[in-house]
Every structure is written in structure tokens, then in C-alpha cells.
Design a protein around this ligand. Sequence first.
Ligand SMILES: NC(=O)C1=CN([C@@H]2O[C@H](COP(=O)(O)OP(=O)(O)OC[C@H]3O[C@@H](n4cnc5c(N)ncnc54)[C@H](OP(=O)(O)O)[C@@H]3O)[C@@H](O)[C@H]2O)C=CC1
Ligand SMILES: [Mg+2]
Length: 352
Amino acid sequence: MFLHCGIACRRKSFWCYRLLSTYVSKTRYLFELKEDDDVCRKAQQTGAFYLFHNLAPLLQTSERQYLPPRLSLSQLERLLGKFGQDTQRIEDSVLIGCSEQHEAWFALDLGLNSSSSISASLQKTEMETELKGSFIELRKAVFQLNEKDTSLLFTARALLRWHDTHQFCSRSGQPTKKNMAGSKRVCPFNKIIYYPQVAPVVITLVSDGTRCLLVRQSSFPKGMYSALAGFCDIGESLEEAVRREVAEEVGLEVDKLQYSASQHWPFPNSSLMIACHATVKPGQTEVQVNLRELEAAAWFSHDEVATALRRRGPYIQQQNGTLPFYVPPKIAIAHHLIKEWVEKHTCSSLPA
Ligand SMILES: NC(=O)C1=CN([C@@H]2O[C@H](COP(=O)(O)OP(=O)(O)OC[C@H]3O[C@@H](n4cnc5c(N)ncnc54)[C@H](OP(=O)(O)O)[C@@H]3O)[C@@H](O)[C@H]2O)C=CC1
Ligand SMILES: [Mg+2]
């Protein structure tokens, strides 16, 4: 569909970008890249590529910060040539965003086995030397990345992982084919379309009015406590998921709840974290920890939580055997929830 606006557009397109605001123009361009393989293929010629190896992004160090280098198509083709690889491999890249000037950004994993060419996984160390950087596990690198790069790399990791684990049709058993942008995969045999999956997860900070409840899973780093989290079950509303998770994990009944914010979280799979504050029924604060899900859960005072927010873990056990507890880093929405509670717990408009 081409919207005719009377202004000469330089290229045939779905609509005339000159009439749109910068944000709408960028959004519509991304939509077009996802819908039209030819437009997307063309965008690769002027686009930029972020490289990964087994889901770890390529990063360079600059003044104690990590920066993800971007390669042009010709640089990428040269690199593949140098390592004796087929340029067909570029077909595995996925679209992860674009600039306001419509420079499209792609991510390509050179460590995972390719679905579009017979090329094997490329040698990590040799690539790192060639590219003057390192492939670093994203979870470890987030502390030294800026917010924009983190968000882009989170999207890339989630999408690359989804493609890697969804290469066959679950009905026909045949290999599925991704579109150029990587926004879907199609079974050529029965035409079933598969879209990248996102699992909704509720994350709740429970309060009794003066204290808040923090929990630990055995897989957490030592000393770290967080808000209570859980996957939504099929058929549940957000509110029902919060009430069930709180009852299931700590044996409490939620009285009131209030939505706070949301976040895409790519570990281990793609989740949409939906963060809420909740208060429990007055006088019903006795915690019964579900040990199949959690290692510990406890109420903490405002001062204790405010102090923990300022700490940066992990910690070494102190001489008297105690371990100061700390909360997840700023990048995690759990941190946002806890900070919000500390800042507003005296304000009557928010559940305390
Ligand atoms: N960004 C943030 O601030 C935070 C993010 N999180 C994220 O939230 C997510 C959920 O937290 P968690 O407490 O572990 O969840 P749950 O309390 O639901 O417990 C995990 C259980 O859910 C099962 N499970 C795994 N994937 C799914 C799925 N897609 N749908 C339904 N059940 C599933 C697991 O089974 P199995 O035994 O098969 O593994 C496991 O038994 C985690 O991925 C975690 O990384 C958590 C806290 C903070
Ligand atoms: Mg949980």
C-alpha cells in the first residue's frame, strides 16, 4: 500500500516519510523492513551489523566502558572472506532497530550454527584478535554498557536465541525459513508462521505498610535479595498472576496492587517483566516460604532496604559471619521497584 501525498518521494514506499514526525517515520520504516524482504535486503547495504558469538556480543573497551563496534556490510563481507566463510551467512542476521536517519541495525551470531549456509561456527579467539574486541557474556557486561546499547543488545540476544531454538516446524517437522528481518519464521510446507515468543512475568514488591518483603532463590549470587517474580500462567490476568505467585511462593494474600513499570528481560529466554507494588491484608504478614521455589524470604525495614540499595554486591562474608544483603543492579526492574518503594513509602498515594 502506497499512500499518495502529492510530494515527490524519492523511492517507492509504503508511505511518504516526509510527512511524518521523526518517531512515526522511524517506526513506519521499521515496519516496512519487517514486511518487505527486498527493502530489508537493500537496507543491509547501508546498515550496520553488531556481531555475537554464541549469544555473547562483541565489545571493545573505551575508558572503562564497553562499546559494541558496528560493521558495515562490506566490512562484514571482508571478515567472512578472511575466515573462508560464505557471505550467504549474512542471511542469518536479524533486524534490531534503526537510527532516526533510517540507518538499519542488524545483529549476526557467528558462533551459532548457521541455518542459511553450511558454514560452521567461526573460531572465537581468532575473530576477537581480528576485530580488536572480545565476545563477553551480556549478563556480565551490562554494568559497563550504556542504557541504549544495553537495550539494543538485549533485543539482539533474545531474537538470535529464538531463531537458534526455533528452526523447525512443530507440526510438519520441516525446517522453517526466517524472513529477512527475522521478525518471523515460516514453514514452507504448511505455511504456518512462527513469531518470536515473549513470556509475561510478574514481579511484585510486597509491603505490609512499613516493611517490604524480599526473597532469595538459591541460584542468586550470595547475599542478593530481590522482589518476588513468576511466570504468568495461561488464562490469567496480570492481577491474578500477582495474587497467585505471592500466595504460592510466600503464603500471603494480596490486598491491593498497583502497576509500576515494565521491562524486556532476555535471560534465559525472552520475558516481559511487569512490575507491581502490592500490599498484604492487614495483620496477615506471617511468611510461609515455598522451599521448592525460594531459598529464603524476609521482611525488611525502610532503613535496611535504603542501605542495601546503596551497596554494590557481591560481598565477602564478614569476620563475624554475617553477610550484608544487597539488591539487584540498576539495570534490573527489581531495582527500580525497590528504589520506588524506598522513595515513596511515606506517600499515601502509593501502596506503602
Ligand atoms: N529483571 C529483573 O529485575 C528480574 C528478572 N527475573 C526473571 O523473571 C523470570 C521468572 O522468575 P522466576 O522466579 O524464576 O519464575 P517462577 O517463580 O515462575 O519460577 C520458575 C519456574 O517456572 C518454570 N518456567 C520456566 N519458564 C517458564 C515459562 N515460560 N512459563 C511458565 N513456567 C516457566 C520453571 O520450570 P523449570 O523447572 O523447567 O525451569 C520454574 O519451575 C526469570 O527468567 C528471571 O530471570 C526475576 C527477578 C528479577
Ligand atoms: Mg519465582
